[in-house]
Design a protein around this ligand. Structure first.
Ligand code: ACO
Length: 143
């Protein structure tokens, strides 16, 4: 497995991974936005097949945001999410960022566990953050 930068031929794979990872799925417009304007978009590639990705956007000079992270179902619990996230964190550090933020569903324990393992802390609850009314935790990692 290699972690590499996104290339335009990966778009379909990312849409497919999103479709099975998020319910409701990320709108194609959102995916288009972070593919086009993201400061970092990394994919996990196994033999030419994309099995996961992470999208990062810069919020300001000091802050980046993880806007999306997903791994294909049959490849989960193998350390791929950890590898994508740790690579993204290193690249934020290299760009001189001081902080990474993200929002995650309060019910999404797998992702929260991963983020906590990597040092993120819950700093706030954002009520009704998602379209279906679920709250989000705001999590922060100080770099
Ligand atoms: N239950 C509990 N803890 C879990 C689970 C789970 N099902 N999956 C991962 N974790 C935690 C564990 O602490 C795990 O460490 P361990 O295996 O040593 O116990 C740790 O995360 C690292 O696991 P990885 O194998 O590196 O993570 P994985 O490759 O499975 O990817 C991910 C995790 C990305 C959250 C995956 O489950 C996924 O794609 N979920 C659906 C999409 C999603 O929820 N994305 C995050 C949304 S928030 C956002 O995008 C900002």
């Amino acid at each position: 497995m290699v972690i590499r930068e996104y290339s335009v031929k990966d778009f379909r794979d990312i849409m497919e991974i999103d479709g099975e990872a998020f319910s409701p799925r990320n709108p194609v417009y959102d995916v288009y936005i972070y593919v086009t304007y993201g400061s970092d978009l990394l994919v996990a590639d196994i033999g030419g097949k994309v099995v996961g990705y992470i999208a990062v956007m810069d919020i300001d000079r000091e802050t980046s945001k993880i806007v999306s992270l997903a791994v294909k179902k049959e490849f989960r619990r193998k350390g791929i999410g950890t590898k994508l996230l740790s690579t993204a964190i290193e690249r934020c550090k290299e760009r001189g960022k001081k902080k990474i933020i993200l929002e995650v569903r309060v019910s999404n324990y797998p992702a929260q566990n991963l983020y906590k393992k990597m040092g993120f802390k819950i700093v706030d609850v954002i009520p009704n953050y998602y379209q279906d009314g679920e709250d989000a935790y705001l999590m922060v990692l100080d770099l």
